[in-house]
Design a protein around this ligand. Structure first.
Ligand code: IPM
Ligand code: MG
Length: 355
């Protein structure tokens, strides 16, 4: 029997509830397909600040590195808003991405037909369907560039810096992802203004020669934001820098209806990945059993597919989610007339049963 070790980072807010939901479903996968998952819970974010005085204890990094993959709920909350920058829960998240070498972040935005009404866009804008993969560079750029603050506090700066090597490796992920999809990559930059973007664009153009089947086009980030809002069906794969990807992936997920539905995968050189819902820790609804666990459940499906090679099992999870939605079960965030409202635990249980 194949066995996999999963580090669980429940985190803060609704994190523990949605991770528990994913474990319910993983256990059902285990029972049905005869694979074994060994879980180890570790601390990161606000809960780690409370317990260890730091958002990312070394022990967490070590345990994650010793696992086959990491499943993360969410971190952060108002409780830690006033701690120094170095101690913020978000610093833990950035730190673990860096420590695990997770330079690529894949964020799919898919609008399921069952949820078409949930998109804020008019239905005619969605006629071509919506199936976008944002490939975001995750360990470089302005997030990790040199940070400076003048001694007198009158100015501060953050450096946006990319090397050819960093751009190439994220570009490769995008082209390879596109090869499995509609073979179209839009590289998003601000090459009309930024030197780092000009290097980005030139590197993508060079790399494209290695993927003659893939069509590469370029868009400035401001235009890309507009195009996502007015004609999202034109996109297949979007590849972009850390900061632009942060912004555009929120936009592309918003047009897909509910951010409670969307997973993400962060990957590096090895098979070890970190999988998490794209939404945050929603502290306002924490502990109320109303959060939508689906984003975390489909993140677990991505983990099975991309890190463990368990394709049939991953497909089964996604099919079970579709089935439950087709049976009109909804959590509060995706509720509409005539649907049956269920809580976090119940939603996870229904999905596990449909497996
Ligand atoms: C995300 C989040 C993080 C980011 C924050 C919480 C540091 O917004 O994963 O998109 O900016 O990368
Ligand atoms: Mg973000």
């Amino acid at each position: 029997m194949s066995e996999f070790k999963i580090a669980l980072i429940p985190g803060d807010g609704i994190g523990p509830e949605i991770v528990a939901g994913a474990v319910t479903v993983l256990d059902a996968v285990s029972a049905k397909f005869g694979v074994k998952f060994n879980y180890e819970e570790v601390y990161m974010g606000g809960c780690a600040i409370d317990k260890y005085g730091e958002p990312l204890p070394q022990e967490t990094v070590d345990k994650c590195l010793a696992s086959d993959s990491v499943l993360l709920g969410a971190v952060g909350g108002p409780k830690w808003d006033n701690v120094p920058a170095k101690l913020r829960p978000e610093t833990g998240l950035l730190g673990i991405r860096k420590a695990l070498g997770l330079y690529s972040n894949l964020r799919p935005s898919i609008l399921k037909p069952q949820l078409a009404a949930a998109s804020p866009l008019k239905s005619e804008k969605l006629e071509g369907g919506l199936d976008i993969m944002v490939v975001r560079e995750l360990t470089g750029g302005i997030y990790f560039g040199k940070k400076t603050k003048s001694e007198d506090g009158t100015w501060a700066s953050d450096e946006e810096k990319y090397s050819v090597e960093e751009v190439r490796r994220i570009g490769k992920i995008a082209f390879e992802t596109a090869m499995l999809r509609k073979k179209r990559v839009v590289s998003v930059d601000k090459a009309n203004v930024l030197e780092s973007s000009r290097l980005w664009r030139a590197t993508m153009i060079e790399l494209a020669k290695e993927y003659p089947e893939v069509e590469l086009t370029h868009m400035y980030v401001d235009n890309a934001a507009m195009q996502l809002a007015i004609n999202p069906a034109q996109f297949d794969v979007i590849v972009t820098s850390n900061i632009f990807g942060d912004i555009l992936s929120d936009l592309s997920s918003a047009i897909a209806g509910s951010i409670g539905m969307l997973p993400s995968a962060s990957l590096g050189k090895s098979k070890l990945g970190m999988y998490e819902p794209i939404h945050g820790s929603a502290p306002d609804i924490a502990g109320m059993d109303i959060a939508n666990p689906i984003a975390t459940i489909v993140s677990a499906a991505m983990m099975l597919r991309m890190s463990f090679g368990l394709i049939e099992e991953a497909d089964a999870i996604e099919a079970a989610v579709d089935k439950v939605l087709s049976e009109n079960y909804r959590t509060a965030d995706i509720m509409s007339d005539g649907m049956t409202k269920v809580g976090t635990k119940e939603m996870a249980k229904l999905i596990a049963e449909r497996l």
